[in-house]
Design a protein around this ligand. Structure first.
Ligand SMILES: Cc1cc2nc3c(=O)[nH]c(=O)nc-3n(C[C@H](O)[C@H](O)[C@H](O)COP(=O)(O)OP(=O)(O)OC[C@H]3O[C@@H](n4cnc5c(N)ncnc54)[C@H](O)[C@@H]3O)c2cc1C
Ligand code: FES
Length: 1234
């Protein structure tokens, strides 16, 4: 939002509505106490979205609340606790308030969650609503009177803000606006700035003059007259939505066809924030190719009312206007004042369609507006208009096709002809930007078919005698999916009633920083105040995938104002490489680049803007090299591998293959995944000015790694370099190694100039440079009951697996939650699904038959006790009413042709262990001060998982003191040296044992003192200990779990324990568009004895939703030259609040004491990711049902992520057969599958 646009406005920030220093706001309190924060980086945005809605609607429905959050992303929580917080503001919490089929959501037969046994052993309450602060609208901030007085006093006159490079003009009357536009015809008219803003920020467009009308009445009119509704161009899309919603309630349906269609599109257009800002005029004039409204405005016969100093005129919204033909466009000095949208007539029908990668808050892949007008009761087409977005450089109108269909009756022959005509007219080349060409072609006619059915249904309603009713099976084509949040339930273990009441272990304690996250007081790296003379560093990265650097010219960059230095390889002589994971890696590269996004130079300037501007001016000349290896297949072809193959063998595979009847062979490809942590890579290096000391504040999971690499680059001993981490705004594995490289360059710059240097990556840069989860290609060959690469939960008597890591010309992938398991596990499950299909069994049956028995041995010969795995599976079957629902799904599928449901259940046996004892060692430092307060420090990083909260629970239990007495400030190499990277689900496990050790040492020392004065306070005991010269400080240590693996023999004990679980998911798919809806998920987990059920449930749910994203919608796209296209939330879609299952239940097994871990707890950070694949297989099940009904037999190969494109194209039908296909090699596709 441009700062000039808020002149005279009062801006309310999250800090403004409440703080820990004054009074926290109920929204802040409830989001924290309902456990709706983990890393907390998204929380202020969530709070403000809810707050804003409550200011406008103090009594909202849950649908309104979740709609208000549709534009907010959270990568940690999985949204369910945020929905819980929202529910507390609704009158009828617990019910979604949108009764389907007239039945309350809480009473929906077999979809209901079985009554939770509250009893003595389990609990379902994670927070106590009764304790919440009430929401009192009278206590809210008022609009500042001084601004009102200022507005009243000021004569309404154009305001001008002039800077060095540009001028901002804010006219306040229409006359002044027209004058300004006449004077500066090329200046854009900024309304919401949601179209112009991104062009300026991301495409480098520069406007020396900007005109921004301020509250001009004529631009905000709403008039209804005989010719329809006239809406001011300045109305926001949210206002347009509200206006249309009111109009459709008042007027008969036949007059509001266009309004209804517009309303449907406005329901999913962007998120609430964008709809509140974006204007109708800005939307129309921008003419984005994927505009959701323009296709409808075109078919609806809308006109635009224009005005300039020369006078008024009207132009139609037609194809010429949409193509920006000068003869049909606004003149540069004209302003769009309003838009006329005619009423529809009797026998006129208008519909809107769209399909996007994600159901909401995602630009459409294809959208469409369609209108037909029939002669009075004769069913003959008199007028027909069809427009599409997303299939060409502009919105396209299929005018010729429509013309040819006039005079025809509305029947199947007409539909067939229409599809062929439209496909011919709206032709899409194989290399069209955005890719997905065959999908788009299919959508073009699938939408047409939906329109055909919709109109048929309406005709029938108007004249049941003459129009046939739709076959029941086809009705399902017409229902749209709506996100709903119904019931969600948790069941966790209650603490043992014998546990002392002050012992917090086992209780759902809120995240230590929860309230601070919600008030905006939690400090992240970039929140740290600027240091005196601080500089900013921006990277210049390679734009080629494999090339020799011929020259680097930094002269222009250096000549720009504010630029202090440009660092390249030559400046880092002798220190430009560092051994990461055993492989030396260069920090900056000036000779040869191996991927797009490789770091080449670093520009250092006085400000961020100056550094970024200069970075764009560094000129690099490349000479391209061969080969460019981008895909796994290309790597295999070139034998481009990293290390010797890894091989595991169990049983006798060759013998087994000889004696079986069937052999199933298959393969599955899994795309990568972006971490998409909310806080991008951030660091601040501060030279201390004495003894060459350097402090590095950085968002990392591995402070010691940062310390090492910075010390190496600065040629200093480690004791001169300290790395500090207060908290991290999400990491998921992505803030360990690449972060170190960037921090080292930043520290080098800081050291060279003796000034603090900050480096904060933009989202696009971050995604380009850091890369994420590895894509996998899994090939399998199984004899009926199985062989796999990784066993997951199954016993395979004969197994041989071989793996290669491919070296490509893409940025190196790295750890991402679950590190390899989610990929390998999916290959196993795909293999099982294939085997089941071959044997005519359900995959669940095959899973059950092959599951580990109670006492068993893995393929690397580690003993396991899988009792809890079997129990999770059985409980999940029971809790999800699997058998009943399986039958219901089959019944639904037999009754519906265009919608199919699918149900799938998968088990997980997630191994916990780091590969060596040394990698699992952890340390802690605990101080007791003389006032009795305690400070805990340990080597783990708080990245949202709540490790600090758990550590305080541990200290509180061990020292038998209240939680409030224990404090934790953050992690630093200064307090705990040589800590391992935080990751692998074990941060709390390992550090907890170290904290426990330190506390026990202290308690042992203090026991004589305590026993002398058992009724004393901690203050008394600390003072007495001091007086007796007893140290009040102790380190704690844990050596790490035993871990060994002999790759020669394929035997070992690599893992300490396993986390068991099972998930059952149900989905519904739209076979015509590829959309899917997550109906319900039930998860049962074996968590041992939970230290904090709220945090553990948060980890399971958050990971599940992240896994669901991985397997269904998160798709990375690369150009054939290896450039990552998906570099921001616009292109890369992570799940939103609208994507979570309508019902979402999580349950823990009863406590089990088997493991010798911290209080018998288990690490749950990663295992839930894999359970997200239950959604993948539920979709698989639904697609199989569709294919079976269409007579398609044979193996079904579905790759991950299972996007709308893949779902639609797998549900083959007459439409997929009708579309033209491109011969392989006939065109260069826009993207290549990685
Ligand atoms: C995150 C995000 C998500 C989005 N998702 C969707 C989506 O799902 N579907 C969809 O259809 N769109 C989507 N959009 C696009 C959005 O609808 C448009 O950006 C928006 O409607 C433009 O309106 P604005 O007021 O912000 O335009 P501005 O940026 O203010 O102006 C845009 C252009 O219109 C011109 N203009 C504005 N008003 C007038 C006037 N009165 N007279 C003459 N010229 C004028 C300006 O000169 C400028 O060139 C999304 C945008 C964003 C940023
Ligand atoms: S808590 Fe939402 S992004 Fe971390």
């Amino acid at each position: 939002m441009p700062i000039c646009s808020v002149y005279g406005a009062a801006v309310t920030t999250v800090e403004g509505i409440g703080s820990t220093r004054t009074r926290i706001h109920p929204v802040q309190e409830r989001i924290a106490r309902c456990h709706g924060t983990q890393c907390g980086f998204c929380t202020p945005g969530m709070v403000m979205s809810i707050y804003t809605l409550l200011r406008n609607h103090p009594d909202p429905t849950l649908d309104q609340l979740t709609d208000a959050l549709g534009g907010n992303l959270c990568r940690c929580t999985g949204y369910r606790p945020i929905v819980d917080a929202c529910k507390t503001f609704c009158n009828t919490s617990g019910c979604c308030q949108s009764k389907e089929n007239g039945v309350c959501c809480l009473n929906q037969g077999i979809n209901g969650f079985p009554e939770l046994e509250e009893g003595n052993k389990t609990s379902s309450k994670l927070f106590s609503e009764e304790e919440f602060l009430p929401l009192d609208p009278t206590q809210e901030l008022i609009f500042p009177p001084e601004l009102m007085i200022m507005a009243e006093k000021q004569p309404p006159r154009t305001r001008v803000f002039a800077g060095e490079r540009m001028m901002w003009i804010s006219p306040v009357t229409l006359k002044e606006l027209l004058e300004a536009k006449a004077k500066y015809p090329q200046a854009p008219v900024i309304m919401g700035n949601t179209s112009t803003g991104p062009e300026v920020k991301f495409k480098g467009v520069f406007h020396p003059v900007i005109i921004s009308p301020d509250r001009i009445e004529e631009l905000n009119v709403v008039n209804s007259a005989n010719n329809g509704l006239t809406l001011g161009a300045g109305l926001s899309l949210a206002q347009v939505k509200d206006t249309l919603a009111a109009v459709v309630l008042k007027l008969p349906e036949e007059r509001t066809q266009t309004y209804r269609a517009l309303l449907k599109q406005l329901g999913t257009l962007a998120g609430a924030q964008i709809r509140n800002m974006a204007s109708l005029g800005g939307h129309i004039v921008s003419r984005h190719v994927d505009s959701d409204l323009n296709p409808l405005l075109a078919v609806g016969g809308c006109t635009l009312n224009l005005l300039s100093k020369e006078g008024a005129r009207q132009i139609p919204v037609n194809e010429q206007f949409l193509r920006k033909c000068p003869s049909a466009d606004l003149k540069p000095e004209e302003i769009l004042i309003s838009v006329n949208i005619p009423y529809s007539r009797k026998w006129e029908f208008v519909s809107a369609f769209r399909q996007a990668q994600r159901q909401q808050n995602a630009l459409a892949i294809v959208n469409s507006g369609m209108r037909v007008f029939f002669g009075e009761g004769d069913g003959i087409i008199r007028e027909l208009s069809i427009s599409y977005g997303g299939v060409g450089p502009t919105t396209i109108c299929a005018q010729n096709s429509c013309q040819k269909l006039i005079g025809r009756p509305w029947n199947e022959e007409m539909l067939d002809a229409a599809c062929r005509l439209v496909l011919d007219e709206v032709s899409l080349p194989g290399s069209a930007p955005g890719g997905k060409v065959e999908f788009k072609r299919t959508l073009i006619i699938s939408f047409l078919f939906k329109f055909y059915l919709e109109v048929l249904r309406l005709l029938r309603r108007m004249d049941p005698v003459h129009y046939p009713s739709l076959a029941d099976k086809h009705e399902s084509a017409l229902e749209d999916f709506h996100p709903r949040h119904r019931q969600s339930a948790r069941k966790y273990q209650k603490v043992d009633p014998k546990q002392p009441p002050q012992d917090p272990v086992g209780h759902p304690i809120m995240h230590l920083s929860g309230i601070k996250h919600a008030t905006g007081e939690a400090i992240y790296c970039d929140d740290m105040p600027a240091m005196d003379g601080e500089l900013f560093l921006a990277f210049v990265t390679s734009s080629r995938a494999h090339a020799k650097i011929v020259s680097i010219d930094v002269s222009e960059a250096l000549s720009l104002p504010g630029v202090v230095d440009v660092l390249a390889e030559e400046h880092l002589q002798g220190v430009n490489s560092f051994c990461l994971l055993g492989q030396p890696e260069k920090l900056l590269e000036s000779e040869m680049v191996f991927c797009v996004g490789q770091l080449v130079c670093a520009v250092i300037a006085n400000s961020e803007i100056q550094a970024r501007r200069a970075a764009k001016q560094v000129k690099i000349v490349y000479q391209d090299l061969e080969p460019v290896i981008l895909t796994i297949e290309e790597a295999i072809q070139h034998k481009s591998f990293f290390e010797p193959e890894r091989k595991l063998e169990y049983g006798n595979v060759d013998e087994a293959f000889k004696v079986v009847d069937h052999i199933v062979e298959g393969e599955i490809h899994l795309g990568g995944q972006e971490h998409f942590y909310m806080e991008t890579q951030s660091m601040l290096a501060v030279p201390k000015g004495e003894d060459q000391e350097m402090d590095v504040y950085v968002s990392t999971q591995h402070p010691k790694g940062i310390q090492d690499i910075v010390a190496s680059v600065l040629k200093l001993p480690a004791n001169k370099v300290m790395c500090h981490v207060k908290r991290v705004g999400g990491a998921f594995g992505g803030k360990a190694f690449k972060t170190g490289v960037m921090a080292a360059i930043t520290a080098f710059a800081a050291n060279k100039h003796g000034r603090a240097v900050r480096c904060i990556l933009e989202r696009g840069e971050d995604m380009l440079i850091t890369a994420g989860r590895h894509p996998y290609l899994g090939k399998y060959k199984v004899l009926e009951m199985g062989i796999l690469k990784l066993d997951n939960a199954y016993k395979f008597p004969n197994l041989r697996c071989r793996g290669w890591a491919c070296r490509t010309n893409l940025p190196s992938n790295t750890a991402l939650r679950g590190f390899g398991f989610p990929q390998a596990g999916l290959i196993t499950e795909a293999c099982i699904t294939d085997v089941a299909a071959k044997c005519g069994l359900s995959p669940e049956k095959v899973r059950m038959i092959n599951m580990y028995k109670e006492i068993d041995q893995t393929h690397y010969k580690q003993e396991i006790n899988a009792k809890n795995l079997i129990q999770c599976w059985r409980e999940c079957m029971a809790m999800s009413s699997y058998s009943l629902r399986k039958a219901a799904v089959e019944k639904f599928n037999s009754e519906n042709f265009w919608k199919k449901k699918g149900l799938a259940m998968v088990p997980v046996k997630f191994p916990i262990g780091l590969g060596s004892r040394a990698a699992g060692q952890a340390a802690a430092l605990v101080h007791i001060y003389l006032d009795g307060s305690v400070l805990v420090t340990h080597g783990g990083i708080e990245m949202g998982q709540g490790v600090h909260t758990k550590m305080i629970q541990v200290a509180s239990r061990e020292l038998r003191m209240p939680l409030s007495n224990v404090h934790l400030r953050g992690t630093s190499t200064e307090t705990v040296p040589n800590a391992n990277a935080s990751g692998g689900s074990v941060v709390a496990d390992l550090n907890g044992l170290a904290v426990k050790d330190a506390c026990q040492t202290l308690l042992k020392r203090l026991e004589p003192i305590i026993s002398k004065n058992p009724r004393g306070t901690w203050k008394d005991w600390a003072q007495a200990a001091f007086d007796e010269s007893i140290s009040l400080s102790a380190t704690g240590y844990f050596r790490g779990y035993e871990s060994n693996m002999n790759w020669e023999t394929g035997e070992g004990h690599p893992f300490e324990y396993f986390v068991y679980g099972a998930a059952c998911s149900e989905v519904e798919i739209d076979c015509l568009t590829g959309a899917h809806k997550n109906i319900r998920t039930d998860i049962v987990m074996d968590v041992g004895c939970s230290i904090n059920p709220a945090l553990d449930i948060g980890q399971i749910e958050g990971a599940f939703i992240q896994g669901m994203g991985l397997y269904t919608i998160e798709e990375l796209n690369y150009s054939p030259q290896g450039v990552l296209y998906t570099r921001g939330p616009d292109q890369y879609k992570i799940p939103t609040i609208c994507d979570i299952p309508t019902e979402f239940h999580v349950s823990f097994l009863p406590p089990s004491q088997d493991s010798n871990t911290l209080y018998s707890s288990k690490g749950l950070g990663e295992s839930g990711i894999f359970l997200g694949c239950s959604v993948f297989f539920a979709i698989h099940d639904a697609v199989s049902a569709a294919r079976q009904e269409r007579g398609l037999r044979g193996p079904l190969k579905l790759n991950s992520p299972l996007t709308p494109e893949k779902i639609r194209m797998a549900c083959e039908d007459k439409f997929t057969k009708m579309i033209p296909r491109d011969k392989p090699g006939s065109c260069v596709p826009w993207n290549i599958p990685i």
